[in-house]
Design a protein around this ligand. Structure first.
Ligand code: UD1
Ligand code: CA
Length: 454
């Protein structure tokens, strides 16, 4: 059966107290709505329709590069009315799955189970057993436990309010039936809204069986209405990711203090200390160790490399057995070969660094091509920017740059060259030679120190 997905995202989410529409708030660095669209894509939906609301242009704009159709619900007249906005785009013989833009964590497996409930004579409804069902629509069953209808809390009698099986809102039904039932919805209820939930009683009277299924965790069907719920769901999600990594053989010193905001591929025996944040697409080779408080974004780290505490790495690739930090900053387009050592308070930007080279202390290296076994002394600066353009510094294999040197680019340091400490190098330095720019040292024997005035 072909599948269409309708995602309701017209709510403003006023309880977020934000200028951003609720569904664009982020969970693990990804908008809530994107989590929902991603799972719809995992289900191989033929088409995905996002219903956005008044002021929701930001939602539509955020989806410009996604393969979804956006439909505007001008006025929020209820969940049934919201789904009806997508109806002109729905194919009769597709199964339609209704999801919510503010319910980000429903899994593919849970939704597949729900979709299996749909046939020519049945539909699927995702329900949840909640000890405190307050606020939710209740699932009303007859004495044979057959679903009869959903009653919203505001329309419910005392007896119905005692029911703890609730409507998650997520359901799956044939497109043809959905269209027919939506056309018959009335808004004569406590909230004066067109309730999607009223289609359940219509299904029953049309002889369509309502088959229910449940998610494996309540967090999967939890909607986010405020920042407190967002934070709680974030922690739940992070904990799940941490558990998956530990199952895959990664040591997390404290799974409660680990955040993955993207994806990570890990080799064997990776060790991650506390307060590490991985973002985007990260690859950690075998035996990689990440120290406390590191932020690593879109990076590949080779086998046996060690990232010491408080280092920040972004859009970089490094080979095997490198040592980075503590307090190092590796900026975009940096490519480190194997066995490179980057020490404390070193900033590297857009640089190639050859195997075995060392930049151990307090340096800035940008727009540079550095050979093998180069030693860059403490406090070295590549002066890559003339105020208008960036220029390249090239340093040959085995060169030794004395401490506190400035290499004014464009400039080339030959292989095996030595630069005397404290030099400002503005012309190319030949291979093998010592180059230095330094005034002669002198001593003044007769000099006396100034005395403090009486
Ligand atoms: C709805 C269900 C209720 C269920 C609960 C689960 C109905 C009538 N009730 O209640 O049975 O237990 O969700 O959370 O369906 N929306 C629109 N356009 C609208 C109205 C709503 O897009 O005109 C969207 C909202 O942005 C929200 C979702 O639909 O994401 C649910 O709407 P909401 O008003 O919160 O429904 P509830 O009253 O909570
Ligand atoms: Ca709600």
């Amino acid at each position: 059966m072909d599948l269409s997905v309708v995602i309701l995202a017209a709510g403003q989410g006023s309880r977020m107290r934000s200028k951003l529409p609720k569904v664009l708030h982020k969970l693990a660095h990804k908008p809530l709505l994107t989590h929902v669209i991603d799972v719809a894509e995992q289900l191989s939906a033929q088409d995905i329709h996002v219903v956005y609301g008044h002021g929701g242009e930001a939602v539509r704009d955020a989806l410009a590069d996604r393969n979804v159709s956006c439909v505007k619900q001008e006025e929020q007249l209820g969940t049934g009315h919201a789904v009806a906005q997508a109806v002109p785009n729905l194919v009769d013989d597709h199964v339609v799955l209704v999801l919510y833009g503010d319910v980000p964590l429903t899994t593919k497996e849970t939704l597949q189970q729900l979709l299996e409930k749909v046939s020519g004579t049945s539909m699927g409804l995702l329900t949840a057993a909640l000890p405190n069902p307050h606020g939710y629509g209740r699932i009303v069953r007859n004495s044979e436990q057959v679903v009869q209808c959903i009653t919203e809390e505001k329309d419910a009698t005392e007896a119905i309010r005692k029911i703890t099986e609730v409507n998650t809102g997520i359901l799956a039904v044939s497109g043809r039936k959905l269209k027919e039932w939506l056309g018959r919805l009335k808004n004569n209820n406590a909230q004066g809204e067109y309730y999607l939930t009223d289609i359940i009683a219509m299904a029953v009277s049309d002889g369509i069986e309502v088959k229910t299924s449940q998610a494996s965790a309540v967090e999967e069907v939890e909607g986010i209405n405020n920042r407190s719920q967002l934070a709680r769901i974030e922690r739940y999600y992070q904990r799940q990711q941490a558990e998956q990594l530990m199952t895959a053989g990664v040591t997390l010193k404290d799974p409660a203090r680990f955040d993955l905001r993207g994806s990570v591929k890990t080799g064997t025996d990776v060790v991650i200390d506390i307060n590490v944040i991985l973002e985007g697409d990260v690859v950690l080779g075998n035996d990689v160790e990440i120290g406390a408080n590191c932020v690593i974004t879109n990076a590949t780290i080779g086998d046996g490399s060690i990232i010491l505490p408080n280092s920040v790495i972004e859009n970089a690739v490094m080979g095997q057995e490198c040592t980075i930090g503590p307090f190092a900053r590796i900026r975009p387009e940096t490519n480190l070969a194997a066995k490179v050592k980057i020490g404390n308070f070193v900033e590297i930007k857009k640089a190639e660094v050859g195997e075995g080279s060392k930049i151990s202390h307090l340096s800035y290296v940008g727009d540079s091509i550095i050979g093998k076994d180069v030693n860059i002394g403490a406090g070295t600066i590549t002066c890559n920017y003339d105020g208008a353009n960036k220029h390249i510094t090239e340093i040959g294999d085995g060169a030794f740059i004395g401490s506190d040197s400035q290499l004014v680019a464009p400039v080339k340091i030959g292989a095996g060259a030595t630069i005397g400490a404290g030099s400002t190098i503005t012309n190319d330095a030949p291979a093998g030679a010592l180059t230095l720019t330094r005034t002669k040292q002198r001593s003044i024997e007769s000099w006396t120190r100034p005395q403090k005035k009486k």
